[in-house]
Design a protein around this ligand. Structure first.
Ligand code: ADP
Ligand code: MG
Length: 210
């Protein structure tokens, strides 16, 4: 199924729902290895994203994603706001004026988002950040022309839980050093929710189309 303006909105609505439902979990994860604000940051940001989507109509996916980026940069705060914001900004720029995206084009856009996170945060794979979901996940699916969304969802879940065993080298959790081991990274969890929302939206679209 191609991503359209309408399904992009469904994706973001689902992400908002999951962030609100998991707000306390994200906060608890950040309490363990950071400063306990990740749930609050993301919840506030997504509430604002929903307001942006309600207040304006977007003709292209690129414009929509850029609008989301500006809201995230302005409203999320913390380390994660600029990181997610840059990711969406680069994705929006890559997508441009398109009204539909194939799986391949969507993967290319997500890859741009991943590169933006790495450029801004300078984290590598294995340093216990959201990069540990984005990078290996997009690498796993880089050769796919048609994504099996159930597989992607399962893979994203694996990458997220995999951050539990890692020793943090970037972000606030790095101050804990080895004591960060044994806890899932909060940004990896919110990134999982982003990919899970996308996968579920795409699967629902495929079912509706036959
Ligand atoms: P803050 O750390 O400023 O309190 P948040 O709690 O909202 O911000 O977000 C924390 C999450 O941000 C971490 O769990 C991690 O996934 C992500 N993060 C922090 N620093 C980096 C970085 N340099 N590169 C990639 N991700 C990072
Ligand atoms: Mg925090």
């Amino acid at each position: 199924m191609n991503l359209t303006v309408k399904t992009t909105i469904s994706w973001l609505e689902k992400f908002d729902e999951k962030i609100q439902v998991n707000k306390d979990l994200l906060t608890d994860l950040d309490q363990a290895i950071g400063d306990g604000d990740h749930g609050i940051n993301m919840s506030r940001g997504l509430t604002e994203v929903m307001k942006t989507l309600e207040s304006k109509s977007f003709q292209t996916i690129g414009d929509l994603i850029k609008g989301v980026a500006m809201t995230l940069i302005g409203k999320v705060g913390g380390a994660s706001g600029p990181l997610y914001g840059s990711a969406f900004l680069k994705m929006g720029a890559k997508i441009g004026a398109k009204e539909q995206l194939s799986d391949e084009e969507l993967l290319e856009a997500l890859k741009e988002g991943e590169q933006a996170i790495i450029q801004r945060g300078k984290a590598s794979v294995g340093e216990k950040t959201m990069v540990d979901v984005w990078s290996p996940l997009l690498e796993d699916f880089s050769q796919e022309t048609h994504i099996n969304w159930e597989d992607l969802k399962v893979a994203a879940h694996e990458k997220m839980t995999g951050t539990k065993d890692l020793h943090a080298k970037k972000g606030r959790a790095a101050y804990l050093g080895a004591r960060s081991v044994g806890h899932i990274d909060p940004g990896a969890m919110s990134s999982y929710l982003l990919f899970e929302s996308l996968a579920e939206t795409m699967m629902e679209g495929e079912n509706n189309n036959g």
